[in-house]
Design a protein around this ligand. Structure first.
Ligand SMILES: [Zn+2]
Length: 267
């Protein structure tokens, strides 16, 4: 079930990695952000929307990672927007005839058969430096930055006080930096500053993975992500980070942290 988190904004959490699908009601259909993961979940969302007489008017992928660029035939053929940089990254990936073999190791084996790749990554590039999603509905501001992945963008639905954060500001995952970037940690810190700058008026934050939070949670998560990144940059242990250690929701996050610390130390 899609659950309301603000007027005209609903969220559904996937069983995979607490991935959040976001649906924003528009004038003639919905904006579907990061549609979801498992075939059954996607078709349930499609069924729920069609039963409510709400076609998908537009899609948006916050960034070009496999778990944010899936689709389902039930959503129809609306444009699936992404930043120009994100769309270019996926296009380059799909240009390799062996992309299916390349994507396979990214998907956990236990869910692989339930992840539909038929319409994978068929994104429409927004113009360079586009400020808004072109659709009939509450204005959705594109907040592009360089943290986590090329062309990552958060969406700010100002009229609804909702920030759709993509893979930042999670309470279950530590910040995962883009290792292909020249300055991955500085890029991430800059993105947090950018989000901090638009925090006024945000009442609801929906992260790509994890629980929805409010204005206090937004500031806490910015601080927590920043503290983690500074520890990573300085080669310290991010002591007390609740996403690591014994009370972590996912025990594998500690391993991901160790790997990225090693990769960064090698630079
Ligand atoms: Zn990601």
């Amino acid at each position: 079930m899609l659950k309301p988190v603000a007027e005209g904004v609903r969220v559904r959490r996937s069983e995979f990695c607490q991935t959040n699908t976001v649906v924003v009601d528009g004038d003639a259909g919905v904006l579907l952000v990061d549609p979801g993961i498992l075939d059954g979940e996607l078709s349930t969302i499609a069924g729920e929307l069609s039963a409510a007489g709400q076609p998908v008017a537009a899609g948006f992928a916050t960034h070009p990672h496999w778990d944010h660029v899936l689709w389902h035939p039930g959503f129809g053929s609306a444009p699936r927007f992404a930043t120009a940089r994100a769309a270019a990254a996926i296009e380059a990936f799909l240009a390799d005839a062996a992309w299916r073999e390349r994507v396979a190791p990214m998907i956990p084996a236990d869910i692989a058969e339930r992840v539909p790749l038929t319409l994978f990554g068929e994104l429409t590039a927004l113009p360079e430096r586009a400020e808004w999603i072109p659709w009939d509905g509450p204005r959705a501001r594109v907040v592009e930055h360089r943290a986590h992945a090329a062309g990552h963008a958060a969406l700010l639905i100002e009229e609804r006080g909702v920030l759709v954060a993509g893979d930042l500001l999670s309470d279950v995952l530590v910040p995962l930096v883009d290792h292909s970037a020249e300055e991955p940690i500085e890029d991430y810190l800059a993105a947090l500053t950018l989000l901090e700058g638009i925090a006024d008026g945000v009442e609801v934050v929906v992260p790509g993975h994890g629980s929805v939070t409010g204005p206090d949670g937004l500031r806490e998560r910015i601080d927590l992500d920043r503290a983690y990144l500074l520890a990573l940059r300085d080669g310290r242990d991010p002591l007390g980070d609740p996403r690591l250690g014994p009370d972590a929701v996912y025990d594998w996050v500690a391993g991901v942290h160790e790997r990225q610390a090693v990769l960064l130390a090698r630079r």
